[in-house]
Design a protein around this ligand. Structure first.
Ligand SMILES: C[S@@+](CC[C@H](N)C(=O)[O-])C[C@H]1O[C@@H](n2cnc3c(N)ncnc32)[C@H](O)[C@@H]1O
Length: 186
């Protein structure tokens, strides 16, 4: 998506996008460095935007793996539909809190990874807790929830649910970001 259109869309919907610029290549690669693509069968993505992380995921996924990307922004949804034709991708026009029933209706009972860019720090706390809880429920034991933030404050949401959290700092992003990797213990 052209930068000017991206900027217009994120400005108009700032309360759900939480940023004006896409994740950098460094941030995308750091997020995905936590994924074992040889063994990842089902991956969920929350908040793909115009697909900057989606593209990295599809480039690394096995041919028989599947990606379920949840997005609520109509403009991004239209862009994804028109520009991502990969049969391994399902773009779902649903809020992340509906993760469990949406996956169940497609016969998916558990997933290997959840990769999220949803700006939890600006969403209502109850919604954040409900989404993070649904992600934990959807993951198989040993599965990982991978999320970026611009501050460490959001750690509290994950500490409540996940016991094993690793954090990596990515300076080369606007603004610099923290990648939080939360493992579901068996
Ligand atoms: C910070 S942007 C990330 C865009 C892109 N993935 C990136 O990394 O640059 C956050 C995205 O989360 C989406 N979003 C916000 N709330 C959501 C929700 N409840 N369910 C699914 N997506 C949501 C927004 O529409 C937006 O596309």
């Amino acid at each position: 998506m052209e930068q000017i259109n991206y900027l217009k869309n994120t400005l108009m919907h700032f309360r759900t996008t939480g940023t004006l610029v896409r994740s950098s290549g460094f941030l995308c690669k750091t997020m995905l460095s936590n994924i074992d693509f040889n063994n990842a069968q089902n991956i969920v993505e929350l908040g793909p935007g115009d697909g900057v992380i989606t593209r990295h995921l599809l480039n690394s996924m096995k041919q028989d793996a599947h990606l379920y990307s949840f997005e609520i922004n109509e403009y991004f949804l239209k862009y994804l539909e028109e520009n991502f034709k990969d049969p391994r991708l399902s773009v779902l026009p649903e809020s992340a809190e509906h993760l469990i029933p949406e996956l169940a209706s497609r016969g998916v009972r558990e997933v290997d990874y959840v990769v999220s860019a949803v700006p939890f720090m600006i969403l209502p706390e109850s919604l954040t807790e409900s989404i993070v809880g649904a992600c934990h429920q959807a993951l198989k034991p040993g599965g990982k929830f991978i999320q970026f933030h611009y501050s460490l404050n959001a750690r509290k949401y994950y500490q409540k649910i996940f016991k094993n959290i690793q954090i990596r700092f990515v300076p080369f992003n606007m603004p610099p970001a923290f990648v939080m990797v939360c493992e579901k213990l068996g």
